[in-house]
Design a protein around this ligand. Sequence first.
Ligand code: FDA
Length: 402
Amino acid sequence: MEYDTIILGAGAAGLMCAAHCGGRVLVVDHARKPAEKIRISGGGRCNFTNLDVTPEKFISANPHFARSALARYTQWDFIDLLARHGITWHEKTLGQLFCDGRSAAIIDMLLRMCARAGAEITLETTATAITPLTRSGNADDATGYGLTLSGPEGRRQVRARRLVLATGGKSIPKMGATGFAYDVAAQFGHSVTQTRPALVPLTFSADRFRPLAGTALPARVAADGPPFDEALLFTHRGLSGPAILQASSYWREGAEIVVNLCPGADAYAVLRAARTKVGRRSLVRSLDGLGLIPARLADHLGTEWVLTGNLADQSDRALQTLADRLTHWRLTPSGSEGYRTAEVTLGGIDTAEISSKTMESRRQPGLYFIGECVDVTGWLGGYNFQWAWSSAMAAATAIAAA
Ligand code: FDA
């Protein structure tokens, strides 16, 4: 074989694996540049991990699957790696770590490590056919993989003992995201769980929130999962901001989300106290005047909920009803912005048929799946890159030891 390992995908997981798996390595990517998602992530500063990485921050049909890889290559290991390469960072909020400089520093680090390891990287190249090389003709005793590559220099055949799939998920097709890993997984008899856009803005019909576009506030948002206390942003098309992106990973078409617009306050107590002190203030103006919600949102809800009169006109019951509406605002999104803007793909290659220790296929020896293509999806906040690093290291360690 001319290669020990061929890695498809020169993104976060593929480069990390190439730098550590040893032997003769070829990395293949169809993009013009490697790791473009690292480059644009975190507003150009890459939120590369989180101080608080626990398996509960990952969604999967098997919530235990990510445990092993995350425990064996942790956020502290990646932080050490950055320190060795002189990359400095800072914590923004909720344990999220960002580069002090540009994300490109992480790409350069990975490329330097790949070069040092002697890994070859070929860009603008796709694998048009993948065939298991077998002694008996049975795919499950594969001794390696033959690939037809198609790139700027035309077609060529390559062979390797091991094949690592690291081509990511379907989010942001404009950047070259494809469902390629799922197709290869299916070719080798793997199941793929239902995939859907996640960490994605939610849309509403009839320009419902267009007049509020640009308004932001702290909120608590829950779909069919845990509540998230982060910023909520009104957009021309609907709702966005970290609280919405997080909840979107737990939302399904037709279902409601519940928004608490004043999570830091006891809205009923605040309104009652104000009724005694500033009873002549209009009900609508008291919502922003008391710091419960921004003025533009108060005006919008004042019309939508037909809020009339002064504070002094309101009974305890009316104030309680209003407080309940502010803290349990039930909304039914018409959809999401889809893969066009989703940060990640929820679902993916079924973990039931992958070793959680090595990321190797249980069906097909020598075939590995790492990164976002696997059915492991992190919350917003650096968790998805940590999964890319940890799953890549699980495979790389197993390959290096083989
Ligand atoms: P990744 O997508 O990085 O790499 C896959 C590679 O495979 C790409 O280079 C692609 O070109 C290549 N490829 C695809 N199909 C191919 C084919 N058919 N043939 C050859 N090559 C192919 N996460 C986080 O933790 N912190 C953050 O700050 C952000 N920010 C962020 C912003 C935006 C805008 C997006 C879209 C995403 C994020 N993410 C994030 C998520 C994060 O980028 C993502 O989870 C990781 O990049 C996944 O790493 P992978 O290596 O698995 O795939």
